[in-house]
Ligand binder design. Structure first.
Ligand code: SAH
Length: 240
């Protein structure tokens, strides 16, 4: 009776800690919410890539959000993760991940680690993930969380993602989960030929864009949907 379970959970009746060591019943409960999330919010809206859908069915999103909003972890909206930042709506994570068109073994750069959830989804797909978070406390927490959950193929760095991660470039995919008004040049330079960058661009009104690198200086782009992300801060705000 999922509806009763959800009510109990919302009423704060359960406290499952955050170590991930739930009982088999609890794990079955969360897994069912994840399956429903993928079916009704993500596949139903057109995300088809089986690798992406499988990853979304396995990553324990409830362990990436603060305990006070845990009961809503699989709901169809973003959630606060502290420091005024948010974890994206599940559908947006699914869509952005599919748009990257990456495969197991690919190196992927993420700007805006936040909770580490998007990075975990990419890691679950078998990608080698490099992720940068400007807020040191969030970076530290995400790193700890990813390690404790056993994601070995994620590298977390605290700092401004404006300059990317040149030592690990080029990347088959770059996903930016905070919105700049203009796309940072160094990130374009670190995209592999044939790779895709998925990025929200704008201030109040933002467009989710896919930029493909076709050649050294050939970067065709397309608009996907209007979105609402927290702003990208740091160096990008100071550049004309
Ligand atoms: N992908 C995250 C959600 C990110 S919210 C998740 O799955 O949980 C956007 C994050 O981008 C915030 O944590 C914010 O601090 C970070 N951010 C903003 N500007 C940044 C910058 N210049 N470099 C790196 N991270 C940045």
């Amino acid at each position: 009776m999922p509806s009763v379970l959800v009510m109990l959970a919302l009423a704060g009746g359960w406290s499952w800690g955050c170590g991930g060591g739930g009982t088999a019943d609890q794990e079955t409960y969360w897994a069912k919410l994840r399956d429903d999330m993928v079916a009704t919010q993500i596949a139903a809206r057109g995300v088809r890539d089986a690798t992406v859908l499988t990853a979304l069915r396995t990553v324990p999103r409830h362990l990436f959000v603060p305990p006070e909003v845990r009961a809503e972890a699989y709901a169809d909206h973003p959630l606060p993760i502290g420091e005024g930042q948010t974890i994206s709506q599940p559908y947006i994570v699914g869509l952005m991940t599919e748009l990257l068109e990456v495969k197991p073994g690919d190196r992927v750069l993420e700007i805006g680690t936040g909770s580490g959830y998007q990075a975990a989804v990419l890691a679950a797909m078998g990608c080698e993930v490099y992720t940068i978070e400007i807020r040191a406390a969030l970076a530290h927490e995400a790193d700890k969380r990813l390690v404790s959950l056993g994601y070995k193929n994620v590298h977390v760095r605290a700092g401004d993602g404006y300059a990317g991660w040149p030592d690990a470039a080029p990347f088959a995919g770059i996903v930016v989960t905070a919105a700049p008004e203009r796309i940072p040049r160094p990130l374009l330079d670190q995209l592999a030929i044939g790779g895709h960058m998925v990025i929200p661009v704008g201030s109040f009104y933002q467009q989710l864009k896919v930029i493909t690198r076709r050649g050294d200086k050939d970067f065709p782009e397309s608009d996907v949907i209007p979105v609402r992300f927290v702003p990208m801060t740091g160096e990008v705000e100071r550049r004309p």
